[in-house]
Write a new protein. Sequence first.
Length: 220
Amino acid sequence: MSRIGRKPLALPKGVTLIQKDGKYGVKGPKGELGKALPTGITIKVEGSPTGRLAASSSEKAEIEEVVPTPAAKAGPAPVTNPSVDVANRTVTIPLWVAAALPAGLLVLGGGGFLLRRAVQKSRALHALQAEPGETKERAAARIDRVLRDRLLRWDVPEGASTSALLSRLQERGAPDKLRRELADVFSDLEFLRFAPQLGDYDAKLREVRSKAARVLTRLS
């Protein structure tokens, strides 16, 4: 046996030697190691059971590799998602998602705006429909209200006269044809308000409603 093999080994604190049935092992806080030594090699503890080890041999022998025994069977490593940090409450997203996000929001926002405009237009056109038994004065007032609600988008003041609202539309760049059509509708509404009660105005009301619907579409 070489001199290195005979050199005593100090046992670390908390490590003890185990000897049973010709097998040797050490036990410590991190687990156990054990091995049956070849014939001719013995191990003894000098001093206390946690002192130091000394090996000796009476003949030449070959020492085999010591196979460690794990202290406990380790379970499978937890599967983690590198893009989610639960502790810090953060989520990492790919760069292409971050780049596409503003465009997606813009598309969604634009779609929502167009949807709202379509709903408002549908409600306005529905408000132009005749109500059962309504008078010509009430019909004229409802058509006037629908048109003025839509003109608020053109910054036309509430209750503005026909000449004032037409001037405002001109300042806002409204086409001449649109302003002429709007003036024609308000002229018809004025006629319906003050026309004699006796008479059949159904045809006139249908004509005014049709004109108002065209103007509403162009004011959108």
